[in-house]
Design a protein around this ligand. Structure first.
Ligand code: ADP
Length: 240
């Protein structure tokens, strides 16, 4: 479904990604981890089109997508959630999710406002956000903000979801809800998920494969048990 082919990205003298290659099969649930500054965000930016790679290519369903604009990539079925959810305050909860519908694969219904709203409300139900869809996103809890952000991304009907630290800033219950949304998106919507997360014990229990970056290099790629006992991975996290 997705092929990361010899991707390098440099910012001036900083090599944020160095010749990274991996493939992600359709329907899989993959964790992308690594210490701070290892290149995870840069990888998401390259896949989603926010950054162009210095070298290499991103192929999606057999087509090269690196170099395309983010909105084209989103429309083709690759969505992203952001670490810090920033809903548009002047739009209602439902309207924020309607933006996802419009920019995503469902955008073909864009002249039917009622239809778009129906799709948005369906997604708010899917993530379990119990707020009035016509209310404004003010004074929302971190957990509700996260659900809204996930509803917006899933409303694009993605084939691939790039989930960026969806557990960050959440309490124990909210954390359970957010990770359950990912599991459910994969099981019920068939979404392929790549998940960047710092809260490792939750990620390790849910994903079937973990890719580890360190200083822009891919240092491990395998099932959670094997990767968590990998010497290079342990050293990377201990700062050795
Ligand atoms: P992570 O998400 O794993 O914490 P990043 O992808 O954010 O890592 O960063 C990888 C490296 O690239 C870091 O050294 C970071 O300082 C550098 N970097 C990231 N974005 C930029 C940028 N826009 N300009 C310059 N350096 C950057």
């Amino acid at each position: 479904m997705l092929e990361i082919q010899n991707i390098s990205k440099s910012f001036g003298g900083v090599m944020a990604l160095h010749d990274v290659s991996f493939r992600v099969e359709e329907g899989s649930f993959v964790g992308l981890i690594g210490p701070n500054g290892s290149g995870k965000t840069t990888m998401f930016n390259v896949i989603s089109g926010a950054l162009k790679p210095t070298r290499g290519a991103v192929n999606y369903e057999g087509q090269t997508i690196s170099g395309l604009n983010p909105n084209v990539i989103c429309h083709a079925g690759i969505a992203r959630t952001f670490q810090i959810p920033q809903p548009i305050k002047s739009l209602t909860v439902a309207e924020n999710v309607m933006l996802g519908v419009l920019f995503g694969r469902g955008g073909k219904h864009k002249f039917h406002q009622e239809r778009i709203k129906k799709d948005a409300i369906k997604m708010l139900d899917f993530v379990g956000l119990g707020l009035d869809p016509d209310s404004y996103p003010e004074k929302m809890t971190a957990g509700d903000l996260r659900k809204l952000e996930m509803a917006r991304a899933l409303a694009t009907q993605p084939k691939v979801l790039l989930a960026d630290e969806v557990l960050s800033g959440l309490n124990k219950d909210e954390l359970k809800d957010a990770s359950a949304i990912l599991t459910k998106a994969r099981a019920e919507l068939g979404v392929t998920i790549i998940w960047v997360e710092h809260i490792m014990h939750v990620l390790m229990k849910l994903v079937e494969r973990v890719i580890v970056l360190n200083h822009g290099l891919l240092i491990a790629d395998g099932d959670p048990d094997t990767v968590s006992s990998d010497k290079q991975v342990v050293e990377a996290y201990l700062g050795a």
